[in-house]
Design a protein around this ligand. Structure first.
Ligand SMILES: N[C@@H](CCC(=O)N[C@@H](CS)C(=O)NCC(=O)O)C(=O)O
Length: 242
């Protein structure tokens, strides 16, 4: 659509919701194309936009098609957040410092995508395997799920989520910070992390009461008017639809 607006392709109940939130925070005009799942997967219309057929997919006003939520968020902030409202104030290289810089931002985003995400995906796969197994092998599959959860997944999940909670501690050790990079407004690290928290929380895999800073962070995100507008426009956000 050559009218100067980006287009977000949004599969229902997906992580495109986090991009819709960013668009609403930016307060820009955009097109929203809602796609319904077919047997829980993307429909052919989404695959016609990009061969991966993943949600989110963003088409820029010049026709560039961007996939991967982190890259889409980066493009949106670079393009529309000229005042740097949702970015860290300075971008030092990170050499010799442990400051709130681009390296720490990248660490947190990667912790979500490359560490937390795969753990949650493994839990999801075993949940679905148990549900879909023929009834006579279901106890066996449930046993494997139990063994995997108790031997590895649950402890690892608690370990990583506990670390994320500690990353919200104030630097002087008193209280907690609002956002992961100590900013006044959310940054990519916050837009990214919320997805994994929501996924784990909605499935009941983490007890938010054990992570008070993350619990406050979660509530802080959901209270934002932009988040609420995104909920209305995206037709809800139920991650336990399987
Ligand atoms: N790593 C991608 C993941 C995208 C992804 O897997 N999205 C899911 C929805 S949460 C999807 O498109 N599922 C439908 C399908 O794979 O058919 C990102 O960060 O954007």
């Amino acid at each position: 659509m050559a009218d100067g607006k980006p287009t977000l392709h949004y599969l229902q109940d997906s992580q495109a919701h986090l991009v819709l939130w960013v668009l609403e925070e930016l307060g820009i005009e955009y097109h929203l194309v809602l796609h319904n799942r077919i047997a829980a997967r993307s429909p052919p219309e989404l695959k016609a936009v990009h061969p991966l057929g993943k949600s989110p997919t963003l088409v820029t006003p010049s026709g560039r098609v961007i996939t991967e939520r982190s890259a889409i968020t980066l493009w949106l902030l670079n393009t529309y957040d000229k005042a740097g409202r949702f970015r860290i104030p300075s971008s030092p290289t990170g050499e010799g410092t442990e400051d709130d810089d681009v390296v720490r931002e990248e660490q947190l985003i990667s912790l979500g995508g490359a560490t937390l995400g795969p753990l949650l995906m493994m839990k999801l796969i075993f949940e679905l395997l148990v549900r879909r197994a023929p009834f006579f092998v279901r106890p066996l599959v449930a046993g494997v799920r139990y063994a995997l959860n108790s031997a590895f997944l649950d402890a690892e999940l608690a370990h990583v989520v506990g670390y994320l909670d500690s990353e919200l501690a104030a630097k002087d050790g008193k209280g907690s910070r609002k956002w992961f990079l100590g900013t006044e407004e959310p940054t990519r690290a916050d837009f990214s992390t919320l997805w994994y928290l929501d996924w784990a929380n909605q499935w009941g895999w983490i007890d938010m009461e054990k992570y008070p800073r993350l619990k406050e962070f979660h509530a802080r995100c959901l209270e934002r008017p932009a988040w609420k507008r995104a909920l209305e426009k995206g037709n809800g956000y139920n991650l336990k639809f399987w």
